[in-house]
Each structure stands twice: as structure tokens, then as C-alpha cells.
Design a protein. Structure first.
Length: 363
């Protein structure tokens, strides 16, 4: 591995620990990360110099030498996250710890075009930057959680369901040029599950965030990382067929979970449909956590949560030993936008992707 990759990797390890620990000291960091004390000292010094950590006093043990203590400086870096739904654009501003400080929402025209979205995005981002006086390098960039299908590796929307004007649209490139900032585009649900993982820590290893918001999707977090699949188009959970003779779906098939759920007679019936889909997902992936969210689900959140929990207990074979935690997102309708912002911070200050590093050194 190149030295630059190792340096970034070590810094990301320490920052990830700092996000979940009130204070740090060299010995604890070495123990938790596996780095040598000498390496930890160098990393801490660099992070303090960059303003990402700051000294927080000295711990004086009963025996031994005093230890310098450090803590994260959340306000040292910011990111803006956007959630594009079929009805509105939601923007949030998060700090380096992933805390949401500002949240706004504005309506989008029906069947909006790329130009209409870019106009609304530019206006919202500019207003947020001006209001909070954010400048580079403090502002790391903008993340966009977008309706799929899309190619996350290039930031290209391939054919967003129910949006006629979104076929092979290079959204990341267009938005980056318009905003003059780094832009990352990912599926809305994948961005959302990233937010859940940031908040829940290392126990959140195999999980899904199921979102109902003018459609149904599920962001996947497998083996401690976002799962996007071979073509970065995983998470089309709503387009798994649950009724062979069911209603026609926007994707062109019949009986998709999304279509059956949409036509259910009332919230209780809709929750039962979604619960069956979640059990199918658990049968395939053996998840430990299922988090529920979305603007159309949260008004009936407890009903949905109870329905999914009941289905897991009664429909999942082996439920007596396949323990699954079912909960509602604590970020409300901000979960996707917050996750998109966290992806921007991850791109610069998170753990580097070894596969991406290998590709860049070969090309």
C-alpha cells in the first residue's frame, strides 16, 4: 500500500473512534485501533494541526505519567446533504460528528426535470452556505440521495422510477459544475442506511433501512459497509415480486412489493404487506437490524414497527434463535439527507476504500 493510503487510513481510524468517544488519549487509541503508540502520536499531531482534534487537558493517573487527552472538533468540518424525493428537496447541514444542525425542505414540481432540480438545489445550497458563512475547506462538499435506479460509481441516474426526464443523467457531474463543490450521488436508501450506521456504531454490521416515501426501498449495510452490488444498483427492494397476479408496477412488472403496498386498503394492510417483504429480505440476507423510515411510513411508525416485529416472530423460520432488532429511525425525515452528508465526510475523512485505491494506482 502507498504511504498516503496508510496515512489516510490511520487518520480515519482515529476519527471514527473520536466520533464515538468523548475524549481520547494515546494509549486508548493504540489499544482500540491496533496502531503502535508512535504511529498514534503522529496521527494525533496531524489531526490537531488540521483542526479536526483539539487538546482537552491531561489525565493524571494514580500511577505512571500524565496522559494528554484529545477530543473531536465537530464544527471543524461541515457537509450538506440533499434528499431528492418525487415531491420535495430536503437539505441538511451536518458537522464532522454527523450531527444535523440545519434542516430545510422545499417542494419540487411534479415530474421535475434535471434543470428544475439543479435550480432548486443551487438555490438551497447557496442560501445555506450564506446563512451559516461556510467556506472551504471547512465545507467538505454536497451529498445527494437520489431516486434510483442509478450508477453510484459515476453519479449517473439511469432511469429514476416515475420520473420521465431522468434517463442517463450525470447528476454528480452536473451538480458539481453548478455548485462548484465536490458532489457525491448515491441511492437515497443507501445514503440513509449510512446515517444509521454512523449513529449506531460497530454493532450495526448486517442491517437494512427500509424507507417508504412515494415508493419503497431498502438500504443495505452488510459486513460493516454499505452494499451496492456489482453495478452499484442494489436496494431495489420495492421491486421484488410478492404477488404474481398483482397490480402493474411503475417498473413494468406485476405484483411488486411497492405496487401491492401502494394499493393496500389502509395503513394496517399496507404495514402487513411491507412486513412480508421484510421477512423475505431476512430469509435472503440474515440481518440483525431492520430500521424503518420514510415520510409515508413515519406518521404510522408504531403500527409499521409492530407489524414488522410480529411478522418476524411468526413468519420467520427459526425466529426463536434468529434475533432481529426492529426499530424506527431516530433521524425522522432527515435520515437520507443526513446520510448523504455523512458520505461526503466519509469520502474525505472516513476509512479509504482499498479497492478504489487499487484501481487508481493501476489506471
Amino acid at each position: 500500500m502507498h504511504l498516503a493510503f496508510l496515512r489516510d487510513y490511520h487518520e480515519a481510524l482515529v476519527l471514527a473512534l473520536a466520533r464515538t468517544t468523548p475524549t481520547l488519549e494515546r494509549g486508548t487509541v493504540a489499544e482500540r485501533t491496533g496502531l503502535t503508540p508512535q504511529a498514534v502520536s503522529k496521527v494525533l499531531a496531524r489531526l490537531v494541526e488540521e483542526g479536526l482534534l483539539e487538546p482537552a487537558g491531561v489525565r493524571r493517573p494514580a500511577r505512571g505519567k500524565p496522559a494528554a487527552v484529545y477530543r473531536l472538533v465537530p464544527a471543524s468540518r461541515w457537509a450538506i446533504g440533499a434528499h431528492v424525493t418525487r415531491r420535495e428537496l430536503r437539505l441538511v447541514r451536518t458537522d464532522l460528528a454527523g450531527t444535523v444542525h440545519t434542516s430545510t425542505a422545499s417542494p419540487l414540481p411534479a415530474d421535475f426535470t434535471p434543470a428544475e432540480l439543479l435550480d432548486e438545489l443551487a438555490a438551497g445550497v447557496t442560501a445555506m452556505i450564506d446563512e451559516h458563512r461556510m467556506t472551504t475547506p471547512e465545507l467538505a462538499g454536497v451529498g445527494i440521495g437520489m431516486i434510483g435506479p442509478l450508477d453510484q460509481s459515476t453519479g449517473t441516474v439511469r432511469g429514476a422510477h416515475r420520473l420521465r426526464h431522468w434517463h442517463d443523467v450525470p447528476l454528480a457531474e452536473l451538480a458539481g459544475r453548478r455548485l462548484g463543490l465536490p458532489v457525491i450521488v448515491d441511492k437515497d436508501v443507501t445514503a440513509g442506511v449510512t446515517a444509521e450506521a454512523w449513529r449506531r456504531g460497530t454493532t450495526f454490521r448486517d442491517a437494512a433501512l427500509v424507507v417508504v416515501d412515494a415508493g419503497v426501498g431498502a438500504g443495505l449495510w452488510l459486513g460493516g459497509a454499505a452494499h451496492r452490488g456489482a453495478h452499484t444498483n442494489a436496494s431495489e427492494f420495492g421491486h421484488a415480486v410478492v404477488q404474481l397476479d398483482g397490480p402493474r408496477c411503475a417498473c413494468g412488472r406485476h405484483g411488486c412489493l411497492e405496487a401491492v403496498h401502494e394499493r393496500a386498503a389502509g395503513p394496517a394492510a399496507a404495514a402487513a404487506v411491507l412486513a412480508t417483504g421484510v421477512v423475505n429480505l431476512l430469509q435472503t440476507l440474515d440481518l440483525g437490524h431492520v430500521v424503518l423510515g420514510g415520510a409515508d411510513l413515519l406518521p404510522h411508525g408504531e403500527l409499521y414497527r409492530a407489524a414488522v416485529e410480529h411478522a418476524v416472530r411468526t413468519q420467520l423460520p427459526g425466529a426463536d434463535w434468529l434475533d432481529v432488532e426492529v426499530s424506527l429511525t431516530s433521524l425522522g425525515t432527515d435520515v437520507v439527507a443526513a446520510g448523504a452528508a455523512m458520505q461526503v465526510l466519509d469520502a474525505r475523512y472516513g476509512l479509504p476504500d482499498p479497492a478504489r485505491h487499487r484501481r487508481s494506482t493501476v489506471s
